[in-house]
Every structure is written in C-alpha cells, then in structure tokens.
Design a protein. Structure first.
Length: 217
C-alpha cells in the first residue's frame, strides 16, 4: 500500500509524513540507480539526510520500503490507464490514449523505466518477487480487462498482452536503457523528442494489435 497521505485543503503534512516522503523519494532514486540488492538503508538514509536505522521507524524492512516505492511510483499511472481502458471509445482511441500516457509517464519519471529494466535483467529472486507481486497487484484490473477483450479485426488472434509487452518494453528501453546495446537514449527533457517518440509508439501499438478506428472491445 502507498505511504503517501492526502491532506485536506490547506493542511500541512506532519513531520513524520514529511520524513516518509523524503525517504521514499531518496529510495526511488537509489533503487533505480543501483537495484534492490545493492541499495542499503544507510545509503538511503544518507540521501534523505538521516540515519539509515531511523528508516525502520517508518518502514519495518527494506522490502516494505521497496514495495512502498513501487506503489508510490506506479499508482498514478495505473489509475489513469484503468480509466482510459474502460472509456466508451473505439479501442483504437483507447490504445492511443494509454500508449501516450505511458510515454509521458516514463518521460516524467525515467527512474521508473530504469528500475524496471534493472530488476528485469539483473535483479535477484527476491527483487523479482517484489516487482512481480507489485505488478500483479497494480495491474490486476487492467490484465483482467485484457483477458476478457475481444478485438474486432485482431490480427491472427493476437493476445493483447503481447502488444502491451512490446510497447512497454520499448518505452522502458528508450527512457531507461541509456546507451546500452546500441540504444538511442531518450531525453525526457526534450519535449519535441518525447512527442515524436509518443507518435511512434502509438503507431507501433496500433500496428502490433492490428486495430482500426472502428474496432471495439
């Protein structure tokens, strides 16, 4: 569950809440740069301006902290995607909207793309289990909708999960892969480059899914 707290209008967060947010922000940076296994509580504490042992007052273990980071990072994206997926629009429009949302999210939070790539390629079994559990928890409704989808004109009965795996992989690699394996690093601060890449990903998603503007779920 996310550790962020919503406040009534005008209310100020408590010292404890500000500390939690500082720890989460520091942990997000270090987990994405070093991975779960190589990131210590002491390093996170130093980045957040406190002793590493003090983190345990707010998060009982490093795993609990990592789960909170994942929820903090991805919950806003999943909420947006769920709404777009269930919108009363032609499926082609929904695919375009969801793809655009994912590109913009990755451009705004490239640490998320780096974290996914790092744990997918080099993470330990424990890190993989944490990320996998978080993914299943966050994407449950989305994947359920995909399982029940019947897309008119879907090329060769393509499983829609295949399309999203292709699109999400390309987005993560673009913003999180840097110059590895000949990748052309995406500059998340270059709005023109982000817009161009967004158009490319929308075209790719629609092409892989074999969708036209009149197709519906």
């Amino acid at each position: 569950m996310s550790q962020r707290v919503d406040h009534p209008s005008g209310a100020r967060p408590t010292k404890s809440e500000r500390t939690k947010e500082a720890v989460l922000a520091a942990a997000e940076v270090l987990f994405s740069e070093r991975g779960f296994d190589a990131t210590t509580l002491d390093a996170i504490g130093s980045h957040a301006g406190m002793q590493g042992t003090a983190i345990l007052y707010h998060f009982s273990t490093k795993r609990v902290l990592y789960e909170a980071v994942l929820d903090r990072m991805f919950t806003p994206l999943i909420v947006d995607v769920h709404g777009q997926f269930e919108a009363d629009q032609p499926v082609g429009d929904r695919v375009a909207a969801i793809t655009s949302t994912m590109v913009r999210f990755a451009a705004a939070r490239p640490a998320a793309a780096r974290l996914i790539l790092r744990e997918a390629s080099t993470g330990s079994d424990e890190a993989g289990d944490i990320v996998g559990s978080a993914s299943r928890r966050q994407w449950a409704r989305f994947l359920g909708a995909l399982d029940n989808a019947s897309v008119d004109g879907n090329r060769d009965g393509l499983d829609p999960r295949v399309m999203w795996n292709v699109v999400i992989g390309a987005i993560c690699f673009h913003f999180g892969g840097g110059s590895t394996v000949g990748a052309l690093p995406g500059d998340p601060h270059d709005s023109a480059q982000v817009a161009e890449f967004e158009m490319l990903m929308v075209t790719l998603a629609r092409s892989v899914a074999g969708l036209d503007d009149e197709a519906h779920l």
